[in-house]
Design a protein around this ligand. Structure first.
Ligand code: PEP
Ligand code: MG
Length: 581
């Protein structure tokens, strides 16, 4: 009898492209919130929990045999804790009203409170955290047992930045997600890593199994499950984006458009590696360094020295080029490991919370670290650029500037040197500041438009909710008119204005931004070449004309009135042979 198992033929799945690129690898299904216990009775859930505990104990026994010397004691402690009847009973009691996962979390939180302030018990608490994780894995909720040595495609409902960093590994070749939000921070990190992403794939678990061979086409937003050999042959997965030709820049390092207009390119950086492309002469510096991202995985809030070390590394890598350090911006999908539990607002107000604004001491520590890092870096004479996120009233920036002054005064009193120039800027990403724009601009040295957040607050949509955000267009007349007002006001006051949201990294959107007078774009490192190519093949005067026409109050010619800005910019790009990819 032929016992060969039936192998399903190639399956093609259409999603949407969230990041370009082609990759070939094996799927790993990551589903940490997988709670299939909703339909179980309490008795069934209890049994499932006890079964997972049993598996966890077995896992500990297996590990203690492998790790005879190293970690042996730790594993024994975990085993003892897992078998502790009082801990098991606490979880079982919570299971009456909760899912197993939530019950484990509740017990952990209660123990956290009970152990607060006691060093001995606090150490035990970390071990309880460890067994909680282990039991979760045994419930099949955060199983990470896949082969990290072969190229893997991470398949998940969604991916937060913290998870993206957990999986960051040279063998992570692509991402496939159910979520289709272009603006989530997980996607932003994937994009800066150059990892192809296909989103909008419904019911991943139903169509992809663990360890399925996948060919991911991030350009078309398509996935081939168990691809046929001729499908693979049609794709060159070794093709990596690379810089082809040198870019025309002027003596100030700006990229020159076809009609001679200089455009300043900066990069957005989340982690140290993102700074590699600063070696490129066409990149003037870092327009947005998200200081919260490197610390998201830390077990504890970073102290001043830890922050100084990181900022110095960044400054030394950037050399003479400027780096705009954005004060920590926590909230939305950016959660902090060190704040879990104590960060009460996490689930409610943490969405777009001004976490650090509420905790002045934390801002002051960060400012201190930035000031000291600049002085102690190899480039102490480069100006220190500090940028505050989520500023919503002019008074806030006045207050934040006073904090910077206080830190400078404190450093002087301590006899420390201070940087020659400290420039304080703000992100324009909360619409309320637009109603005080002149006052606001009088208070800052520079601004950067955070179009990711500004867009969501402007249209009252959630940036994580792609269905809603797809309904609205960055290039809609209302949004572009608002951006133009900001740019015009900043230019008329001589305040430097850049845009650091994701739209600046997309050639068509960036083209429209040049058309409304923007000359500083802060972009994803992975989009540098695309944006350079677009600028060099663009006549800025014609896109300026086109945008003026699109935004004018004049009655439109019949045809123009029926085309969106997106269509008109695309049409112009085609006429001019402006490169958009
Ligand atoms: C923005 O809001 O546009 C921005 C750049 O900041 P973040 O994406 O980190 O919120
Ligand atoms: Mg923002």
């Amino acid at each position: 009898m032929n016992s060969r198992a039936f192998v399903h033929p190639q399956l093609t799945i259409e999603g949407i492209s969230l990041n370009m690129g082609i990759a070939h690898g094996y799927s790993f299904i990551y589903d940490p919130d997988y709670k299939d216990d909703r339909d179980l009775t309490v008795i069934q859930k209890q049994a499932r929990f006890l079964n997972a505990v049993k598996k966890a104990v077995e896992l500990c026994s297996e590990n203690s045999q492998i790790q005879k010397e190293q970690n042996w004691e730790l594993i024994q402690v975990q085993k003892t804790l897992l078998q502790d009847p009082s801990w098991q009973q606490r979880v079982i009691d919570e299971i009456n009203d909760n899912s197993i996962s939530d019950a484990l979390e509740k017990v952990l939180k209660k123990l956290d409170l009970a152990f607060a302030g006691d060093d001995f018990w606090h150490a035990r608490f970390q071990e309880v955290r460890g067994i909680t994780q282990l039991v979760r894995q045994c419930l099949g909720e955060t199983k990470l047992d896949f082969d990290k040595n072969k190229p893997f495609v991470l398949c998940a409902k969604t991916i937060s930045p913290i998870e993206m960093m957990q999986f960051d590994n040279a063998n992570l070749v692509a991402l496939v997600v159910e979520d289709n939000s272009f603006l989530s921070h997980g996607m932003i990190i994937a994009r800066s890593r150059g990892v192809p992403v296909v989103g909008g794939v419904i019911d991943i678990r139903g169509i992809i199994n663990d360890n399925d061979e996948l060919l991911v086409d991030g350009d078309l937003g398509r996935i081939y499950v168990r691809p046929l050999s001729n499908t693979i042959a049609n794709y060159d997965t070794s093709k990596k984006p690379k810089f082809t030709k040198p870019t025309d820049i002027n003596n100030k390092g700006a990229v020159i458009s076809r009609d001679g207009i200089p455009v300043n390119l900066l990069i957005n950086a989340n982690l140290n590696e993102d700074l590699d492309c600063l070696d490129r002469s066409s990149i003037k510096g870092v327009g947005l360094y998200r200081t919260e991202i490197p610390f998201m995985m830390s077990e504890k809030w970073p102290d001043v020295d830890t922050q100084i070390q990181l900022y110095m590394q960044i400054m030394n890598k950037a050399k003479e080029k400027s780096v705009v350090f954005r004060a920590m911006d926590i909230g939305g999908d950016k959660t902090f490991q060190s704040l879990q539990g104590s960060f009460k607002e996490k689930k409610q107000a943490a969405k777009y919370s001004r976490f650090t604004l509420e905790r002045h001491s934390l801002i002051r520590l960060q400012l201190r670290a930035m000031i000291r890092a600049r002085i102690n870096s190899d480039y102490p004479n480069v100006p220190l650029h500090i940028m505050f996120p989520m500023v919503s009233e002019a008074e806030e920036i006045r207050f934040l500037k006073a904090l910077v002054e206080k830190e400078i005064t404190r450093e002087k009193k301590l006899g420390h040197q201070i940087p020659k120039s400290v420039l304080v800027g703000a992100m324009v990403e909360v619409p309320s500041v637009l109603f005080q724009l002149n006052r606001f601009l009088d208070l800052v040295d520079f601004i950067s438009i955070g179009s990711n957040d500004l867009f969501q607050f402007f249209f009252a949509i959630d940036r994580m909710d792609a269905v809603m955000s797809r309904r609205y267009d960055f290039l809609s007349r209302a949004f572009m008119q608002m951006l133009k007002n900001i740019i015009d006001s900043a230019n008329s006051k001589g305040v430097s204005v850049s845009l650091c949201g994701e739209m600046a990294s997309r050639p068509l959107e960036a083209m429209a931004l040049l058309g409304i007078g923007l000359r500083h774009l802060s972009i994803n490192p992975n989009s540098v070449e695309k944006i350079e190519n677009m600028i060099q093949s663009l006549d800025v005067w014609s896109i300026q004309d086109c945008m003026n026409d699109c935004l004018s109050d004049r009655p439109f010619a019949y045809r123009a009135a029926h085309l969106s800005i997106r269509e008109r910019v695309l049409e112009l790009a085609q006429i001019q042979s402006t490169q958009l990819s």
